[in-house]
Design a binder for this molecule. Structure first.
Ligand SMILES: C=C1C[C@]23C[C@@]1(O)CC[C@H]2[C@@]12CCC[C@@](C)(C(=O)O1)[C@H]2[C@@H]3C(=O)O
Ligand SMILES: O=C(O)CCC(=O)C(=O)O
Ligand SMILES: [Fe+2]
Length: 338
């Protein structure tokens, strides 16, 4: 394709936007650093996004996941559509589910895995789906282990232990895997890979291939690129952690831009609590002067709120107006989202 179709041309007015020469960089935290807990707390408070190194996930597995994803998106469209996400379903192939909130189309395709990948993988490769499924299962296992470790550090940085949060040690936490593909685009400045959003998770662990595109929004600065670092994974604070920390750690608004020459791939591990556990601000963080700002909500209920209200979902579970008069970061009224 030589020209961007009008259906995909976004009217973007989001300056200032910084590339790699930002005055302030997204933190990169070495998990072996003796100060890791403090560094996590600071990054969650000031950015809501950071990169981690020495995370222990085998490089080979990250590469296998990337290869499996590339293989999937390289299939002919008719074959991918065999595994299309059902209208009210969550798993399968399709456009970003937030697409319905925007007039323009995004320059991307996705594949979501909730639970077992077998049903959809069989439709993609009727005779050879085992390798794909094995990689997905192994990836989910490693990511779950890492997410529990990150959660323990994040709770620690809030002065809380995993024992204080009864569900945190429970097996059966819910998760989803989102494979994203952003083909090279003839007019990347006017296109949008994945529109600005926050994740509904506790936290998201993102692996991006060697092509930049992920941007995070920082109050007072604007859109900042999160550069791909080969050995690093990106961690986003999601809306449920925002609620759990009573707004101390803010869920990060982020988006994916596209590239003129390179095909970009990313794999997001969306980590949440067991689906029917009520999440509310930690009692250790609230008192008379700091009342709980959000009502208890389960992950399933919150995903429903997100599907209905999108960027107003966090406000929809808010109990009282913020004392400082500012809207929630997620009520990104000042940031153009579509
Ligand atoms: C668990 C989930 C979070 C998610 C909706 C989903 O059911 C599965 C896909 C997830 C994802 C990935 C891309 C961005 C996002 C906003 C979307 O449209 O689908 C998130 C959803 C979310 O965090 O709300
Ligand atoms: O592709 C990216 O960098 C972002 C993906 C993302 O935000 C998501 O899957 O939720
Ligand atoms: Fe996201």
């Amino acid at each position: 394709m030589e020209e961007l179709p009008e259906s995909h041309a976004w009217l973007l007015d989001d300056s200032p936007s910084f590339g790699s020469s930002v005055p302030d960089l997204v933190p990169v935290i070495n998990l072996d650093d003796p100060n890791v807990m403090t560094l996590f707390g600071h990054a969650c408070k000031t950015w809501g996004v950071f990169q981690i190194t020495n995370h222990g996930v085998p490089t080979k597995l990250l590469q296998e996941m990337e290869d499996a994803s590339r293989k999937l998106f390289a299939l002919p469209i008719q074959q991918k559509l065999q595994a299309a996400r059902a209208p009210n379903g969550v798993s399968g192939y399709g456009v970003a589910r937030i697409s319905s909130f925007f007039l323009k189309l995004m320059w991307s395709e996705g594949f979501t895995v909730v639970g077992s990948p077998y049903e959809h993988a069989r439709k993609l490769w009727p005779n050879c789906y085992t390798k794909f499924c094995d990689v997905i299962e192994e990836y989910k296992k490693e990511m779950n282990k890492l997410a529990q470790r990150l959660m323990s550090l994040i709770l620690g940085s809030l002065g809380v232990t995993m024992d204080d949060v009864k569900w945190a040690c429970l097996q059966g936490s819910s998760s989803a895997l989102q494979l994203n593909s952003y083909p090279a685009c003839p007019d990347p400045d006017r296109a949008m890979g994945l529109a600005a959003h926050t994740d509904s998770t506790l936290l998201t662990i993102l692996h991006q291939n060697n092509t930049s595109g992920l941007q995070a929004y920082k109050e007072g600065i604007g859109w900042v690129t999160v550069p791909p670092i080969r050995s690093a994974l990106v961690v986003n604070v999601g809306d449920l952690l925002h609620i759990l920390s009573n707004g101390l750690y803010t869920s990060v608004l982020h988006r994916a831009k596209v590239n003129r020459t390179q095909h970009r791939l990313s794999v997001a591990y969306l980590y949440g609590p067991p689906s029917n556990i009520q999440i509310s601000p930690l009692s250790k963080l609230t008192d008379k002067g700091h009342p709980p700002l959000y009502r208890p909500v389960t992950w399933s209920e919150y995903l429903g709120a997100k599907a209905k209200h999108f960027n107003k979902a966090l406000s929809s579970v808010r109990l009282c107006a913020p004392l400082n008069g500012f809207a929630d970061a997620n009520d990104h009224n000042r940031v153009q989202v579509g």
